[in-house]
Design a protein around this ligand. Structure first.
Ligand code: LAN
Length: 730
């Protein structure tokens, strides 16, 4: 007899409501650890009134009075700050939604299910609302990211999410999504990561999952494919995945699992030949087909190694080593983990190994909440646990470019932001850093917050610039003493690749041959760290600023670093004068950074061919209305594409910043762009959300909603500083 859900100790199913009440949501800011709470009783709701920032995040009316209309760019910048200041959170940073990817929520919800974590009804309802709002109107499916077409990956995962939070399979939205999934061949055609989650749930047999051998972690370090050489995001995902794969662990069969077994496939579940579908994948999901080498290795592992050769002691040893590395990742991040893919996987490792009541499991589960975000459409999973340090650094710099740093009006805001960045600096290296393959992190800044604990080359650079500008140039109180600035520089110096370029989290550790082992199918260029113009240029501008103020610190090393980096940037310019951006859309974003870095070493339009070609590229893309409008399609195709929405304020700001910084001689096109930004500004000083701004892995888009404040402000400010007497006719 089958055990019932109650006998298995499953929590009660959450009650799905029609909608949550947006006035009941609150976001707790625990020094930038964000968690969302739904206040069900009236009294609690009155005692914890909704802040303006919360109302803004939830799309509720703000009721703030119109500001006097800005007649000049500097007034527009001031109005923008009036608005943005109101969104600063008590701990001094700015927060935002960081959605876009549609494959992240599944990890968290699967993790809740397998660990029998009760799902609050408000969460379940809000998740249902978000996925309903984001289902494609025509086919009811979901894609890899919010702008993408429906894929088996997107539908399988999000359909599963909806079922796990308690949505009925006969709900109209489910019927429609299921129909599209079946047209695409059902979940047997899902990519590797989705098959992994379904196997963990016990919805599919582990035989359908391509191998994730934990043994690979036993390879000696000198082996060219050893995992310590992989890009951190792949390494940290494959680690817990390998452990769970090796155990072939699945959760108990509950009602909803039985339901999913029937709903996700086109054939009866009992008749599916799991092993034969290991490599089945829908064409729309197969962005990066597996190489012949990987297919051969997989075949060998499945047919020879696992069944006949794999000695038990190797299996145990590999699992044990992976388990130790999982613990080290947890220790280095306080159980927050690198990102929302490895966080739920590490949680499951702890659940399998330590049990449901262990501190490791419980702490993990608490921290998963920090990845969730609530907006007007409902609840989603952010790409990281926030964008805190990154956005705060840009805001400080923008105020500075506008020359407003010494205005008493903005001082309290800036002091709080500076103190926030001070608290978020990473102060220690990881314990036994070599053992867990980490490079020094002491002195660095992360993208989100210190808990996450991963320094990133350009996040360190942007924070460093913000701090130097405030402490050294504007004469703010010194909250970071020189030694801490030197620590940041020391860390930064570890990031340069042999060719002079910089990558994201670490210096590159292997060659491109590693893509031969890319098993994820949905992403290209993920196996190693690549050279990024954005990261390289950010370091150049930061170190150029640093050496102005501390000319005697590591003088030669920094000079050589900057020379090698700028040579690489120059060589990376494309024939049309642009640079290809990997983290923002796309040529406009990277060209702005590149031109800024050229200026920081004294190369501008008048004396540098590189800067001139960069400016000419930007000018060639200006639209008749004075704006720019590059679309995310550019990232995928590596060719400039216009966005169907027409000119966009963020794109326009990026282009203008590049042109102004490079000292483009003709003010007319710049004036036209500034005019467009000013015209789009709302009465209360804000700008409205337009197209998505960011990207990763070439194919996945991600939102940076605060860019519409920080970069507009910077463009207006730069213009006002440089052309104080030029009038903009509105
Ligand atoms: C990010 C976000 C920030 C981004 C910048 C700082 C903008 C960039 O200049 C360097 C790379 C970095 C840090 C970056 C790397 C990849 C991330 C972490 C993301 C795009 C956010 C989400 C993404 C992560 C990989 C999502 C999880 C997906 C997997 C494939 C594991």
């Amino acid at each position: 007899k089958r055990a019932t859900d109650a006998e298995l100790g499953c929590p009660q199913k959450p009650k799905i409501e029609a909608k949550t009440d947006p006035t009941r949501w609150r976001m707790k800011d625990d020094d930038s650890r964000h968690t969302w709470h739904y206040l069900t009783d009236e009294k609690a709701a009155t005692e914890w009134p909704q802040s303006l920032a919360e109302k803004y995040f939830l799309g509720l009316p703000l009721d703030i009075p119109a500001l006097p209309k800005a007649g000049t760019p500097i007034d527009a910048a001031r109005n923008a700050l009036e608005f943005f200041e109101k969104l600063q959170l008590p701990s001094g940073h700015w927060a935002c939604e960081y959605g876009g990817p549609m494959f992240l929520l599944a990890g968290i919800v699967v993790c809740w299910h397998v660990t029998k974590t009760p799902i609050p009804s408000a969460y379940a309802t809000a998740i249902k609302d978000y996925l309903a709002a984001r289902a494609h109107p025509e086919d009811g499916g979901w894609g890899l990211h919010i702008e993408g077409e429906s894929t088996v990956f997107g539908i399988t995962l999000n359909y599963t999410v909806l079922r796990l939070v308690g949505v009925d399979p006969e709900d109209a939205m489910m019927v429609k999504a299921r129909g599209t999934l079946h047209k695409l061949g059902g979940a047997v055609n899902a990519p590797h990561w989705a098959k992994f989650w379904l196997a963990t749930l016990g919805v599919v047999s582990w035989d359908i999952v391509n191998p994730v051998p934990p043994e690979i972690w036993l390879l000696p370090d000198w082996v060219p494919i050893a995992p310590w050489r992989w890009w951190i995001h792949i390494r940290m995902v494959f680690l817990p995945m390998g452990y769970i794969y090796s155990k072939r662990w699945s959760c108990e069969e509950t009602d909803v699992i039985r339901g999913l077994k029937e709903e996700l496939f086109t054939e009866p579940h009992a008749e599916i030949k799991w092993a034969a579908h290991r490599n089945s994948i829908a064409p729309g999901d197969n962005y990066h087909p597996k190489s012949w080498l990987l297919n051969t290795v997989n075949w060998f592992i499945v047919n020879i190694w696992n069944p006949y050769l794999r000695p038990n002691f190797i299996k145990n040893w590999a699992e044990e080593w992976c388990s130790i590395l999982v613990d080290m990742e947890d220790a280095n991040t306080g159980y927050a983990d690198l990102a929302p893919v490895n966080a739920p996987m590490n949680t499951i490792v702890c659940y399998i190994r330590d049990g449901p009541n262990a501190l490791s499991t419980r702490r993990h589960i608490e921290r998963l909440d920090e990845y969730l975000w609530v907006k007007d459409e409902g609840m989603l999973c952010n790409g990281t646990n926030g964008v805190q340090c990154w956005d705060t650094s840009f805001l400080i710099q923008a105020v500075f470019e506008a020359g407003l740093q010494n205005d008493e009006r903005w001082r309290p805001m800036l002091v709080r932001a500076l103190e926030y960045l001070e608290r978020q600096q990473i102060r220690d290296n990881c314990v036994d850093q070599e053992k867990c393959y980490r490079q020094p992190r002491k002195g660095g800044w992360p993208f989100s917050n210190k808990d996450q604990g991963y320094g990133v080359s350009d996040c360190i650079s942007e924070a460093l610039k913000a701090i130097i500008l405030l402490q050294k140039v504007a004469g703010f109180p010194e909250v970071l003493e020189d030694q801490r600035i030197f620590d940041a520089v020391d860390t930064l110096l570890f990031y340069q690749n042999e060719n002079g370029a910089l990558s994201s989290y670490e210096a590159r550790r292997a060659g491109e041959y590693m893509e031969m082992l890319n098993a994820a199918e949905v992403f290209g260029r993920i196996m190693i760290e690549y050279d990024y113009p954005e990261c390289t240029t950010a370091c150049v501008t930061a170190l150029s600023l640093f050496r102005k103020h501390w000319p005697d610190y590591k003088t030669d090393e920094i000079r050589i670093f900057i020379n090698r980096a700028t040579n690489w940037i120059k060589g990376n310019q494309r024939i049309d004068g642009s640079w290809y951006g990997s983290w923002g859309i796309c040529f406009t974003y990277a060209t702005m950074f590149a031109l800024e870095s050229m200026t920081s070493i004294g190369e501008t339009y008048s004396n540098s061919k590189i800067a001139r070609r960069g400016c000419d590229f930007l000018i060639s893309k200006q639209r008749a209305d004075g704006g720019w409008s590059e679309s995310y399609k550019a990232c995928e195709t590596m060719e400039y594409h216009e966005h169907p929405m027409g000119s966009l304020v963020v794109q326009t700001s990026w282009a203008l910043i590049g042109l102004i910084e490079a000292d483009y001689p003709d003010v007319e096109p710049i004036k036209k762009g500034i005019k467009l930004i000013m015209e789009r500004q709302q009465e209360n000083g804000e700008w409205l959300q337009e197209a998505i701004e960011g990207v990763f892995n070439k194919s996945c888009m991600i939102s940076y909603p605060n860019y519409k404040f920080t970069f507009t402000l910077k463009a207006l400010g730069l213009f006002a500083q440089k052309y104080p007497d030029v009038k903009i006719e509105l």
